[in-house]
Each structure stands twice: as structure tokens, then as C-alpha cells.
Design a protein around this ligand. Structure first.
Ligand code: ADP
Length: 473
């Protein structure tokens, strides 16, 4: 089966969060299973682009209203990622350092989607399925169905995978003329809540809708940033497939970013050595339990709760625990977190920014990973931490509920119900008690390390959904 994944991110080419990890892994496992999975993303000004070789396999023009952009399709020449990678190069719009966050994001991602489809329909053979990811590629299923110039691909099934339904890519009808010509009888398909909503369009037009965990699919029926009723309507074509993790990239026995590699056989020594390195780097005490947080510092992740929860936990357990925060996002939260540095020096530290190497070292060296998320469609951090023998402390939501069971129920982690300072601190207290019971602590760590979160099963489920929609043709 030939599959095209079209996305805004792909690890290790361009990463902001979990979307990149999934798009950088799922196609690799689909290829290993005997399919031909390719990835198409925009060509940003990234380290990967600079350090690798590409050949131009196609060029063309995108017309966006009165604007004209020339584009190239660049193919990575070695296939070293485990899949064919294609970058859509539109220098005026994408030759920039960041993936998102520009005023012209609508124009950027619309041009990308049009260029990607122009190239795909210019090929001799159409793929068996097009798998779009999140709202940045949400207009593709619509264009495939209704735009005159894409008639050739009208009968090819499309699927939208929702990694985060909070972000929907809305824009006004004043930009309707950016879309390639289509039969205006279908213009209402574009509308949701008085604007063009890219994610809603994809949900309506794609032949199948998947979310990145089964529990998230249940949750979005009553909490989806305005799309609840739409999710109810399309339930018949929806499925929640729990993400896997790339066990080749995330392997404590081989991870080059660690100070010391280890496996489930010798994890106590290995973890301690990584912890000592981390504690030296961040002026913390390696004899005390180390609690960490890695991620975007936003309300969605419970980031706003971290400063108060850290201050409270440190004052209650002062000199008993360490806390280390790695992340960036809301400036107010960042400042609040940094304001604790003086009072809790020696027990608390932060790294405000994005640092892939440090994230790996933290998964290995921390004892507990905090994830007090309000919304977590799947969450990969808890799966990485389990694999690295670090116990996740999570709020029971989305994919966290599917993957972390409280140790009180013989599970692999610690979980609480509320995204609140009180619940986080209570969980930290339970973790401190657990930390003193080394036998029990190590049993839970072992359980986590032995859990199979590999992509093989999820990969099979994706293929099942593709087959369902292909057989409908
Ligand atoms: P989301 O995509 O919502 O941000 P996920 O849990 O699905 O959350 O994926 C987060 C990914 O991003 C993980 O690979 C995590 O290690 C990584 N990550 C997030 N923030 C940082 C950071 N500041 N530095 C390094 N890695 C980070």
C-alpha cells in the first residue's frame, strides 16, 4: 500500500512537539511492515535541511489570490530516516527558523497544501491513501473532493489524524479566494462557527478520522473547543489509535544523548549515573528524589500550576526533594518559574527553552515526571519516561488515562483526577513515600520499562483503517 503522510512537523527534520515524533516514526514502521509510506512537510530553515543532501524532483507555482509563489519539491537522497522524505520548498514563506507563530501562517500552510497536491497529482500513479495530520493539512481532504484541478485524486481516500483538537486553523471568508477553483455549491462545507475552520473541514471531508488515543476520542465528544457536535456526527468514521513510541530513538540502552546507557537489567546504577550528571549541571542533590517536567509551558499542559505546586512541594518537603523544569511557552509562567530560583536554590532549577539532548537526559536521570495536563490527546512523555524507568505522575486525562495506571491499583505510575495544585502536591507526597520504599519503587520502574509501547500494534491499526476506506471506493 502506498501512503502519503502530509504534516507540518517530522522528527528529526522539524520538531515542536509530539506531532513530529509520530510523523517521524509511524511511516518507518509502516515501511517495515511492507508498505510504502512517504512523508511530505514544508522546507523550513532547520539544521537537518542544512546538514543533508536533497534532489529537486518537481517544481511549480502556487497561486494564492493575487500572490504567486514558486515551489520546489526536494527529496532527501539517502532514505536514512526509514522513509522517503519530501520537503516543499517555498522560500518566501518557509525559509524561517520557526515552524509556527507567524502572522501569515494561514497563507504559509495553505500554499504548502496546494503545492503538495499539485505535485502528487502530477505523478503517474495516485497513492492508495493520503493521511493528513492536524489542521495545517486539513483543507487537503476538501480540495481532493471538490477542486476542479484535483479531480484526478477525487477517488483516493483521505484520512485526518488529530494530534491536538484545540488548534483548528480558523480564518475568515475574505480569504476564500486563496483556494483553487471549486464548485461553490460546496462552500458550506468550509464553514464552522462563521469562519473557515481547517480542522472542521478535514473532519467533515476525510473518509476516516483518527485521534491519537481512544480516551481522547471519548473526551472530544464533550470537550473539543467548539467541535463537540461535529465529533458526535462523525463518530461512525472515527477511531482512537494509541500512539506508539520509536523504540529505536528512545532506547536507554543505546541512546547517545545519555551519560550512561542502561537496560532493565542494570537500571538502578545507570539511572543514578545520569541523575548525578543532571544534578551537577543544575546544582541539585543526587541523593534526593528528582521530580521533573518537560514540555510546553501552557495552561493546556498544566504549566500554570507548576510554579505554585513547586513552591508548595518544596516548602513542605524542603530539603527532601529536587525539582527540575525544562520547557518554554507562556512568558508569565516562565517568569513565575524563574522567580523561585533564589528561594529554593540547591533544590530547584529550570531550563527555559527547547533542548532535545537535555530532555533525553532528564527522562533517564529523573525519578518522577510530572504531567498535570488539562488536555493531553495522547502524550508521549509518559511513555518515554516509562521506557527510561522514570515514574510518571499524571492527571487522568486523554491518553494519560490510557497509558498510566496508579501504583495503588498495581499500575506503573501515579495518577490524580484534578489539574490542581492540591492534587499535584498530594501525588508528590505519595511519590516521596514510595521513593523511600526502594523495593516497591524498583518494581514499578521495572514494570514501566517492560511495557511494550512500540509502534507495531498502532501501525497495524492504521493499516486496518486505511483498508476500510480503500475498500469503500
Ligand atoms: P505535545 O505535542 O502536546 O507538546 P507530546 O507529549 O505529544 O506533547 O510530545 C512532546 C514531545 O516534545 C516529546 O518528545 C518531548 O520530549 C518534547 N519536548 C517538549 N518540550 C520540550 C523541550 N522544552 N525541550 C525538549 N523536548 C521537548
Amino acid at each position: 500500500m502506498e501512503i502519503f503522510h502530509i504534516s507540518a512537523e517530522c522528527y528529526p527534520v522539524a520538531k515542536v512537539g509530539g506531532l513530529a515524533d509520530v510523523v517521524g516514526a509511524l511511516p518507518k514502521y509502516q515501511n517495515k511492515a511492507g508498505h510504502l509510506a512517504r512523508v511530505v512537510i514544508p522546507c523550513y530553515d532547520t539544521k537537518f535541511k542544512k546538514e543533508n543532501k536533497f534532489e529537486c524532483v518537481h517544481w511549480g507555482f502556487v497561486k494564492l489570490g493575487k500572490f504567486n509563489f514558486s515551489f520546489n519539491v526536494l527529496k532527501e537522497t539517502t532514505d536514512k530516516l526509514g522513509f522517503e522524505l519530501y520537503l516543499i520548498e517555498i522560500p518566501e514563506l518557509f525559509d524561517r527558523k520557526e515552524v509556527y507563530g507567524y502572522e501569515d501562517d494561514i497563507e504559509r500552510f495553505l500554499s504548502f497544501q496546494i503545492a503538495a497536491l499539485d505535485w502528487i497529482i502530477g505523478r503517474n500513479e495516485m497513492p492508495d491513501v493520503i493521511n493528513c495530520h492536524d489542521h495545517h493539512t486539513g483543507l487537503i481532504p476538501f480540495m481532493m473532493l471538490y477542486c476542479d484541478k484535483y479531480k484526478k485524486i477525487q477517488n483516493t481516500p483521505s484520512m485526518i489524524t488529530i494530534h491536538n483538537g484545540l488548534y483548528q486553523g480558523q480564518f475568515g471568508f475574505d480569504k476564500l479566494h486563496y483556494l483553487p477553483e471549486f464548485d461553490l455549491a460546496h462552500v458550506n462545507v468550509l464553514e464552522w462557527d462563521h469562519c473557515i475552520n481547517s480542522l472542521a473541514v478535514a473532519i467533515k471531508c476525510a473518509w476516516a478520522v483518527t485521534t491519537v488515543s481512544p480516551n481522547y476520542l471519548n473526551e472530544i465528544n464533550y470537550s473539543a473547543n467548539g467541535l463537540e457536535s461535529l465529533f458526535n456526527i462523525v463518530r461512525y468514521k472515527s477511531r482512537g489509535i494509541l500512539n506508539g513510541i520509536d523504540t529505536e530513538v528512545w532506547d536507554p540502552a543505546k541512546d547517545k544523548m545519555l551519560e550512561k546507557n542502561y537496560s532493565v537489567e542494570n537500571f538502578q546504577k545507570g539511572k543514578q549515573q545520569n541523575k548525578e550528571t543532571l544534578c551537577t549541571l543544575f546544582n541539585l542533590d543526587p541523593k534526593k528524589p528528582l521530580f521533573s517536567f518537560i514540555g510546553r509551558l501552557l495552561e493546556e499542559k498544566g504549566g500554570d500550576l507548576l510554579p505554585q505546586a513547586s513552591a508548595l512541594a518544596l516548602s513542605e518537603n524542603y530539603k527532601e526533594i529536587n525539582i527540575l523544569i525544562l520547557g518554554s511557552g507562556n512568558q508569565e509562567i516562565e517568569n513565575h518559574l524563574n522567580s523561585l530560583l533564589v528561594d529554593y536554590k540547591g533544590n530547584y532549577n529550570t531550563f527555559i527553552g527547547y533542548n532535545e539532548e537535555l530532555a533525553h537526559l532528564i527522562y533517564a536521570g529523573a525519578d518522577f515526571l510530572l504531567m498535570p495536563s488539562r488536555v493531553e490527546p495522547c502524550g508521549l512523555n509518559q511513555m518515554y519516561s516509562l521506557r527510561y524507568g522514570t515514574i510518571p505522575i499524571v492527571r487522568r486525562t486523554g491518553g494519560l488515562k490510557d497509558t498510566v495506571i496508579d501504583f495503588g491499583d498495581d499500575g506503573n505510575g501515579i495518577s490524580h483526577d484534578q489539574a490542581s495544585v492540591g492534587d499535584i502536591c498530594y501525588s508528590i507526597q505519595r511519590a516521596v513515600s514510595l521513593y523511600k520504599d526502594k523495593k516497591h519503587l524498583n518494581e514499578i520502574r521495572q514494570l514501566g520499562m517492560n511495557t511494550d509501547h512500540s509502534w507495531e500494534k498502532a501501525c497495524q491499526e492504521y493499516i486496518e483503517v486505511y483498508n476500510l476506506i480503500i475498500n469503500k471506493v
